[in-house]
Ligand binder design. Structure first.
Ligand code: PGA
Length: 261
C-alpha cells in the first residue's frame, strides 16, 4: 500500500491522471475501472485536457464503472450514466460500445450482475481501478458490513451515504436507497487500485482504511490486501494517519528520487 500526500486537490488529480495516462499509453486497449462522485472530477478534467492537448487516445480503451443507483434511468441527471457522459465520455474518444456502467433499470438484477462480472473477465480484467471513499469508509457502494469477498450485486445504502449524497438531489427523500455495485472482491481483482480522497470529512475513513484492521466496518481497508494499491490524498484527509511522517519519508526517499541516486 503506497500512501502519497499531496499539498492540493489539483495535484492529486494530476498525479492520478498521470497514472491512468501511463496505463493507456503502455497498453492502448487498457481496461479502466472508473468512479463517480466529486473526488474524481479533477482527474477526468485532466484526462480530457490530455486528450485534447496531448493526443491521449482512448479509442481502444474499455471502461467499467463501479456502480449505479437502482431506479434511475441513464438520462436522469443524478444517474451515474449521466454523470459519466457529462464529465468524461462526451469529451474523449472511448468508443460507446466499450463503455460499461451498471444498469439501474434492468428487469433482472441477478442476471445483469452476473453478466457484468463475466464481461469484466471477457475484457481481460481491469488494469487500473479508480476509487473514491465514502465518509463511512465504503468503496463503490460497499457499505460497512459488506463482505470483503462480495461480487457485483444490489446493495442497500447506509443512512450516512444517503445524507452525504442528498446534496445532489432536491431532498434526502429523493436519494435512491438501493444501488447496484461491484463487490469488494470484484474490485480487489483489478491489477492496480488508485484511491483518491481530499478534505477533512474523509480523514476518519482514510485513517481506518490505511491503518485500521482489515474489517467489514471499513470496506476500503480491504485495499491493505492488494499488492498494488495507491492512496492519493491531501493534507486534510491525512490528518488521522499515525504514520504520516513515515509515508512522507518513503516518498522523499523513493529509489530514483534525487537524494537516493
Ligand atoms: P465523493 O464520494 O467523491 O463525492 O466524496 C465518494 C464516495 O462516496 O465513494
Amino acid at each position: 500500500m503506497e500512501v502519497i500526500i499531496y499539498p492540493t486537490y489539483d495535484e492529486i488529480s494530476k498525479a492520478a491522471a498521470a497514472v491512468v495516462a501511463e496505463t493507456v499509453n503502455n497498453k492502448p486497449n487498457a481496461v479502466l475501472g472508473l468512479a463517480t462522485g466529486s473526488t474524481p472530477l479533477g482527474l477526468y478534467k485532466e484526462l480530457i485536457r490530455m486528450h485534447r492537448e496531448e493526443g491521449l487516445d482512448f479509442s481502444h480503451v474499455t471502461t467499467f464503472n463501479l456502480d449505479e443507483y437502482v431506479g434511475l434511468s441513464p438520462d436522469h441527471d443524478q444517474s451515474y450514466h449521466y454523470f459519466m457522459d457529462e464529465n468524461f465520455f462526451k469529451h474523449v474518444n472511448v468508443p460507446p460500445e466499450n463503455v460499461h456502467v451498471p444498469s439501474g433499470t434492468t428487469q433482472n438484477y441477478r442476471a445483469f450482475c452476473e453478466w457484468y462480472e463475466d464481461r469484466i473477465d471477457e475484457c481481460g480484467g481491469i488494469d487500473v481501478q479508480v476509487l473514491g471513499i465514502g465518509s463511512d469508509g465504503h468503496i463503490a457502494f460497499n457499505e460497512p458490513g459488506s463482505s470483503l469477498g462480495s461480487r457485483t450485486r444490489i446493495k442497500t445504502l447506509a443512512k450516512q451515504t444517503i445524507e452525504d449524497n442528498a446534496r445532489f438531489f432536491e431532498s434526502k427523500e429523493d436519494v435512491p436507497i438501493y444501488a447496484i455495485t461491484m463487490g469488494v472482491g470484484t474490485i480487489l481483482e483489478a491489477d492496480k487500485l488508485l484511491l483518491l480522497a481530499n478534505g477533512a470529512n474523509k480523514a476518519a475513513a482514510i485513517g481506518a482504511a490505511v491503518e485500521g484492521p482489515v474489517s467489514v466496518a471499513c470496506t476500503a481497508s480491504a485495499l491493505q490486501l492488494h499488492p498494488d494499491s495507491v492512496i492519493m490524498i491531501d493534507q486534510k484527509a491525512a490528518e488521522n494517519l499515525k504514520m504520516r511522517e513515515y509515508y512522507e519519508w518513503i516518498q522523499a526517499n523513493k529509489p530514483g528520487a534525487p537524494n537516493t541516486s
